[in-house]
Design a protein around this ligand. Structure first.
Ligand code: FAD
Length: 317
């Protein structure tokens, strides 16, 4: 079922969902199952599976370094299929512009369609590790809006390089990213919201936000998006703080501000076990306020470990 159908069917009752990351290459899928199992009692209607960009590695060979390209966490679509059929839940592969040609993207989407995966999260992807800017892959898309356009055209039976429309219309529901604190490359919030509107105009059906810790940023973002004519659901993404280093890492990676109250609480912790509990308590309070605002879904970034997400979900659902 589509994300938008899940939301409509819930008739205002908020839903619980989460995002997972594929295991590192060479690791077993069991660890992922062990972290998903405890969350299934909260009936997530869908689970997102991230895609990691390819990266360069250097392998020493007789005193010289051989540069190779690899994907450290491959298998997004395989994991989506495995989870969908094991738990009978909708899974959403994150599909990136970066690292893929348009043709490769089309093949991936065809596979999604065959597997009955009909929700797609369409993203540009970040710059490659060690690179400062996002460089489009030759033959790939520059922006997420171009990727949305490709997926939306497939819905109409328009495939790449085809001389005629095909009868097979994969009815994809398309999600895109939104940034309550502005995307780090956007010159202003207004510009970023206009870019978001372009993704919706190209055919996106819902938005999932980047993590944020100050709910007022999300409320303002939703109000600005609505004023811009964006009417689709805007699902908040929530990340419980888990280690002290998140105080530096998350603002650096995601261009966000943290409330002083949260910073103080984390700084007073004696170890990361205490930090994890602070993260849980804060996320519960944050989620309660978001529920009062009337969000359709609370979507959690699990980063592959679910003990904290389970505590949060137990307090809310
Ligand atoms: P875009 O919408 O293309 O925007 C990128 C930047 O370009 C923005 O600054 C925008 O304002 C600007 N822009 C857009 N269109 C134009 C235009 N026509 N002209 C000029 N500027 C323009 N990354 C991963 O690698 N894997 C994942 O699985 C993943 N999952 C994510 C899930 C969520 C919910 C979110 C919020 C982010 C996720 N990301 C993931 C991160 C994402 O790939 C990065 O934030 C990336 O830098 C931007 O992606 P986007 O889809 O928002 O890009």
């Amino acid at each position: 079922m589509k994300v938008t159908e899940h939301i409509n069917n819930a008739k205002g009752k908020p839903l619980f969902s989460f995002e997972i990351i594929p295991p590192q290459k060479g690791k077993n899928i069991q660890e992922l199952y062990d972290n998903i199992d405890p969350l299934m009692e909260f009936n997530p209607p869908f689970i997102d599976v991230t895609t990691s960009r390819e990266e360069y590695i250097y392998i020493e060979k007789e005193g010289l370094y051989d540069k190779k390209i690899t994907r450290m966490r491959p298998g997004t679509l395989g994991i989506c299929a495995a989870i969908k059929f094991k738990y009978d839940v909708d899974t959403i592969p994150h599909v990136l512009c970066g690292g893929f040609t348009k043709e490769e993207t089309e093949y991936l989407l065809v596979d999604c369609h065959y597997l009955g995966i009909n929700n797609i999260m369409a993203l540009r992807g970040d710059a490659m590790k060690g690179e400062k800017y996002f460089v489009p892959t030759p033959g790939g898309h520059n922006y997420a809006s171009d990727l949305v356009d490709q997926i939306a055209k497939m819905r109409e039976g328009k495939y790449l390089h085809a001389t005629q429309e095909h009868g097979n219309h994969p009815d994809f529901c398309i999600g895109v990213a939104g940034y309550p604190e502005k995307h780090l490359e956007a010159p202003s919030m207004d510009t970023d919201i206009k870019r978001l509107k372009e993704k919706i105009d190209q055919g996106a059906d819902y938005v999932v936000t980047q993590m944020f810790f100050d709910n007022q940023r999300y409320f303002d973002f939703v109000n600005r998006a609505r004023a811009e004519g964006i009417t689709v659901p805007i699902i908040p993404g929530i990340k419980p703080i888990a280690v002290k280093r998140h105080l530096q890492l998350l603002p650096q990676a995601f261009w966000l501000d943290m409330p002083q109250e949260l910073i103080n609480a984390v700084e007073q912790c004696k170890n990361n076990k205490e930090v994890r509990q602070v993260g849980v308590d804060f996320a519960i309070q944050q989620s309660k306020e978001l529920l009062e605002f009337g969000v359709p879904v609370l979507h959690y970034y699990s980063m592959g470990k679910s003990d904290n997400i389970k505590k949060i979900a137990s307090a809310l659902f």
